[in-house]
Every structure is written in C-alpha cells, then in structure tokens.
Design a protein around this ligand. Structure first.
Ligand code: ADP
Ligand code: MG
Length: 498
C-alpha cells in the first residue's frame, strides 16, 4: 500500500509539505442519549427531549446506554481496531451555557477503542492507509439560539447528552484531497455499520482538522522516530462539516502558516474556525492543554467492563464492510476495481446493483447503474433508495440488450422513456416499435437496393473492406437505427464477397 502523497507547496524560501490529523465527531445512531433515556432526534421543539439528567438537576445520576456502547464496539471492529475490555469515563471540566453540568463526560486516558486503521482509495485508483489512534465515547452539548430575540439568547438542551464517537487519526494525511477522501471512507464505513447516519449537513458527522506544515524530509523523520517535535506546530480547525470545506480550510490554513514561517514568525498552537463565506480560517482561542480541563474519573460511573464473549457476538454480527464487498464484487461479477469502488461507496447502491445484476450481464448492468441511472438520480437530487426505476426494471432493460432485441443506442431512448414513466422497457419497445430488425429477409432487401444504387461505393469496399462502415450507416438510416449491426455486417460481407 502506498503512503499518502505529500502535497508540495512552493514558498519563497523553498518547498513545504502539509501534515494533517483529523478528529471526527460522529453522532451515535441511537434512539436515546448516552446517559439518559431522553429521545434523540433533530426537528423536535426546543427542550422537549431533555431528561432531568441532561438538565443536570441536583442528585441525578447518569446510567450508561448499552446500545451506544455496542455501537462504539461495532465501529471499533469496523476500523480493525483494538477493543478495550476495560475503559473509563472522565469529566472534562469547562463552562458553557449549553453545558449545564459544567463538565462533559468523555473518555480521556482509557478509551473504549484503541489503535486501528482505515484504507482510503483515491479517485485515481491508488490507495493509502490512515492509522487510527483511538475512538472514545462522549456527550454532546446543547445548542445556543441567538436568533430568536433581539435582546436575549436561549438554550436548547435537546442535543445535550447525545452520544458522540470521537475518532482520532494519526497525522497520516498529506493533502487536502486525501483528508476529504479519508472522511468519505470513514463515513461509508459508519453508514454500512449503522452506527452513525453520516448526515454531514445536520452536523451528525463533522471533523476537527489539525494542520501543520514542514519541510520535505521532516515527516519521514517523524515516522521513523515518532517524535512530534520534528513536525511543525499544528492549528486545529473546528467542526468542518463538508468534504469541500475540509479541502478549502486546509488549503487556506497551510498557506497562512507558510507565510508566517517565511516571514520569520512562529505558529501559535490554536483552535481556529473556518468561515465558509470568506473561505478563511480565523482564531477562536489559543489551544488549551489537557490539564486545564482538570480531567478526572467520573465518580458517578463505574469503569466500563466488556465481556469478551459479547464482543465476539458483535463481531460475528457485523455486516459485510466496504473493503470486503469491493473484493467480492470484483471476483463475483468480474468488475474493474473502479466500477466496484463506485458501486460499494453506498450500501444502497451496492444492494440495488446486486438485485439488478441477478442472472444478467454483470458489466452491462454496472454501466447502467453507475452511468445513466446515476446521472438521472444526481440531476434530480434523488437517493438511489428512492429511485423511481427499480432494480428489476434495469434488469429487464439489460436483458433486452443482451438478447439483441434492442441496440444499446435504442436502449438509451428506452431508458429516458422509462424515467419519464412511460412503462417498463418491454412495454416501451413494443409500443414504440423499437425492436431491432434482425429479420434477414427485410435487411437483405435493403442491402440489395443500396448496393444496386451505389455501385461505386460497392467497388470501393471490395478494394478497401474498412469502407464497409458507409453501408452499415446507410442500413441504419433506412431502419431508423433499429437494425442489428452484427447481422448487417454479416449480410454485407456475404453480398459484397468479402
Ligand atoms: P487534542 O484533543 O488536543 O486536539 P488529540 O490527541 O485528541 O488532541 O488530537 C490531536 C490530533 O492532531 C490528532 O488527530 C493528531 O494526529 C493530530 N496532530 C498532532 N500533531 C500534529 C501535527 N504536527 N500536524 C498535524 N496534525 C497533528
Ligand atoms: Mg481531541
């Protein structure tokens, strides 16, 4: 496996490289919160999904949600990571108006999941590995509402106490594109596992992006020694919630740091915000150190001890994951790595494909799903699960092509009519009279007529057989594109004595 490609940026004083490590916050797919039974879900009226625990009423005690723990274990297994049978919750102390406890319950020294790895594919087909440092469970905070009243701010605690998984990578990404590709792959894995819905627009998956720059050769020294001191000082860009913004934020931040360094300045380790309108990052606060949070084990919660047999059962119940599905699609359907990669990127697309390809030409089916259907769905902003054309309908279309009833060219027209709701492929072909003419009698008559009318062309073809294309084109014209090209070719060759 190749390592991540470093992106080289030319500065005034020579070339620079980017180093990127990501902390991804993924909201756990769960009906209830991490330490209370209150419901989770966007769209509810403010403060209607808040238990006494979430509101931090005196004397309330947190109780761990078993399902959230199972989701974290599942995710760890999907990241090929170490599952820690013993972990613990800590209090991370800080004040925020939307954090009534005055601390966030998180995992500091002993997270539930340790080191793992994610294999990331690039668009050009190459791949690289991102090492995972850890995954821990923690609570989300509530939300401030500043736009309800000109003179007051309000607090909505619906989100307070919702379970998050923080997935921390090692600094293994070296370009904005690679960082976005990593988050894309991570998202695919989580959605396959059903442990996070991956909805970035709602903020259910968001990334804190750590950016530093160094001189060529320094990163290799870091990988050999593990010494962070040979890398540049990092800045952390908080809560970036789209693939495009991740890339833009990194581009901007790397250039900002290079300019400071080339002017002889120093990078302050700080937390920054990405302004999506201006396309700039700006300082939010200087980076706190862990000791400033006064982390200590939460006395209200016992350490979390997992039964190895339970972990085994969860492992046995894991779905087929994207990497395995890709390998299987290549082997079982004879697809290229590229086609397989496109199909498995979304579980629903892979399922659609498998349903359509049953008993059909696998490559041809893949083309219809990834090209024509995908283009129509994207243009209409429709998810494949809601496709108005079902897998069986694509299968029928492919069957008509396979059996030579329609040409691939006519099939495009049939597909457009299917999309317009004119009926199934078979019905449309029948109704519109689109059947390919393979009836040799009818074709022979057309060919005889053409040869008789164009003796010059016929002579030319005898001299130069490649010129036969002209006749094929003429027959197609006569039959409005419905003639079977294979049959025409055979007949022409026989008639012209080739
Ligand atoms: P914190 O909570 O202080 O942000 P974490 O250990 O949770 O610290 O995360 C640090 C993140 O920053 C990790 O993803 C790590 O890979 C990344 N990182 C550390 N040093 C650098 C660096 N010099 N350049 C880029 N990323 C870095
Ligand atoms: Mg962190």
């Amino acid at each position: 496996m190749s390592e991540a490609n470093p992106k080289l940026i030319q500065g005034r004083t020579g070339p620079w490289e980017i180093v990127l490590g990501l902390e991804v916050h993924a909201q756990v797919a769960s009906n209830a919160k991490l330490f209370s039974g209150a419901a989770v879900g966007a769209g509810a009226a403010p403060n209607t999904q808040v238990s006494l625990v979430d509101a931090a009423m005196p004397g309330m005690l947190p109780v761990i949600n078993r399902h959230c723990v199972e989701q974290a274990v599942k995710t760890g297994l999907g990241l090929k990571a170490q599952i820690n049978a013993w972990s613990r919750f800590d209090r991370k102390n800080y004040f925020f108006p939307d954090l009534p406890q005055g601390y966030q319950i998180s995992q500091f020294k002993d997270p539930i999941v340790g080191e793992g790895e994610v294999i990331v594919e690039r668009d050009d087909g190459s791949a690289f590995t991102v090492r995972i440092e850890r995954l821990h469970l923690e609570q989300d905070a509530g939300k401030m509402l500043h736009d309800q009243d000109p003179n007051a701010s309000f607090v909505d605690l619906n989100r307070a106490g919702t379970a998050l998984m923080e997935i921390v990578s090692k600094p293994d990404m070296r370009s904005p594109e690679d960082a976005a590709a990593y988050v894309k792959k991570l998202r695919t894995i989580l959605v396959y596992l059903g442990t996070c819905d991956g909805d970035m627009e709602k903020g259910n998956l968001r990334a804190d992006v750590n950016v530093s720059v160094c001189r060529p050769g320094d990163y290799e020294k870091f990988r050999e020694s593990g010494d962070f001191g040979v890398l540049g000082t990092r800045c952390e860009i908080k809560n970036v919630n789209s693939f495009r913004f991740i890339q833009q934020a990194i581009e901007y931040e790397a250039r900002r740091q290079i300019e400071i360094l080339e002017d002889g300045g120093k990078i302050d380790q700080e937390t920054r915000l990405f302004d999506t309108v201006k396309g700039e990052t700006r300082s939010m606060r200087s980076k706190e150190d862990a000791h400033e949070y006064r982390y200590f084990p939460d006395p209200d919660l016992l350490p979390l001890e997992l039964d190895p047999a339970w972990i085994k059962r969860i492992e046995a119940g894991l779905p087929e994951l994207p990497d395995a599905k890709k390998v299987r699609f290549q082997a079982q359907y004879g697809l290229s790595a590229y086609d397989a990669g496109v199909l498995i990127a979304e579980q629903a697309k892979a399922d659609f494909y498998e349903a359509a390809a049953k008993g059909r030409d696998a490559k041809l089916t893949a083309n219809w799903v990834t090209n024509d259907l995908a283009a129509r769905l994207t243009a209409g902003g429709i998810e494949i699960e809601n496709s108005p054309i079902f897998p069986a309908a694509i299968a029928e279309l492919v069957q008509l092509i396979e059996e030579g009833v329609i040409s691939s060219k006519i099939a495009k027209d049939v597909f457009e009519r299917m999309w317009a709701g004119e009926g199934s492929a078979g019905e449309i072909v029948e109704k519109q009279g689109l059947k390919q003419v393979s009836d040799t009698g009818a074709l022979e008559a057309i060919i005889d007529k053409l040869i008789a009318a164009n003796p010059g062309q016929a002579g030319a073809v005898k001299e130069k057989p490649q010129a036969i294309g002209w006749f094929v084109g003429q027959v197609m014209k006569e039959t409005a594109g419905k003639a079977n090209p294979g049959v025409i070719n055979g007949l022409l060759r026989a008639k012209l004595g080739l």
